[in-house]
Write a protein that binds this ligand. Structure first.
Ligand SMILES: *Cc1c(COP(=O)(O)O)cnc(C)c1O
Length: 226
């Protein structure tokens, strides 16, 4: 059954990304689609793999391990991104399994990631999450502390920071947040910007997103038990 499932959302999102790149005057394929597969049924994930999708995002280390660890050998080119918060006690597992960690947001985590990189010899790409809306319940570095935090990651922990990630507040105009993230990234000469989800990825592309994290528009709505 899994092999037969079609994923019209994936084709649709790919097409919309192409169009948004064009409209922004950006080269084709300058934006990477991170298909966020959290809480999606296996049949849809398999359909995405069979349609050539290789870059996936997950928000929980444990769920990602169960879904992806056994798949690595069968699907060469697989690239896994952690897009959810990372707890200190999961850092080692995260460094072992992910190719990109998008949620670096505190000094202690930076130190633990540096230690795990030394211990495992694996070196995932690292994005610093910025809380552009300064929402108290949301993780991420406040914009005013971003430069100092990025400097400290590099100087004190020897980490290479590849870019930034943000999740704009629900119900706010996202362009202000995308613009702010782009400004911080430019100031620090960081190449990667992970911004834009199902409802606003075209806007994020106009503001320079290099990675868009799209879940429901690709796979359909999530079922927590799925
Ligand atoms: C779930 C999630 C997404 C995808 O959300 P959709 O609205 O389904 O596209 C993107 N980024 C993060 C951090 C997420 O947790």
């Amino acid at each position: 059954m899994g092999a037969a499932e079609r994923l019209p959302g994936l084709e649709n999102v790919r097409e919309r990304i192409r169009k948004a790149e064009q409209e922004a005057g950006r080269p084709a394929d300058s934006v990477q689609l991170v298909a966020v597969s959290k809480q999606q049924p296996e049949s849809r994930v398999l359909a995405a793999l069979e349609s050539g999708q290789r870059v996936f995002g997950e928000n929980r280390v444990q769920e990602a391990r169960e879904r992806w660890l056994h798949r690595r050998a069968d699907w060469p080119g697989l690239e896994l991104h952690l897009v959810g918060p990372l707890q200190g006690n999961k850092v080692r597992q995260a460094v072992e399994m992910f190719d990109c960690i998008q949620s670096l947001d505190r000094p202690k985590l930076a130190a633990r990631i540096a230690a795990a990189i030394r211990a495992t010899g694996r070196k995932p790409k690292l994005l610093v999450q910025i809380n552009t809306g300064e929402e108290p319940q949301k993780s991420g570095v406040p914009p005013g502390e971003a430069d100092a935090f990025i400097d400290a990651c590099q100087r004190e922990n020897g980490l290479q920071i590849d870019g930034l990630m943000s999740i704009p507040p629900i119900g706010e105009e996202p362009s202000l947040h995308f613009g702010l993230l782009a400004k911080i990234a430019r100031g620090k000469s960081l190449a990667c910007m992970s911004m834009g989800m199902s409802d606003d990825f075209e806007c994020a592309i106009a503001f320079g997103a290099t990675h868009v994290r799209v879940g429901s528009a690709v796979f359909g709505s999530r079922s927590p038990s799925g």
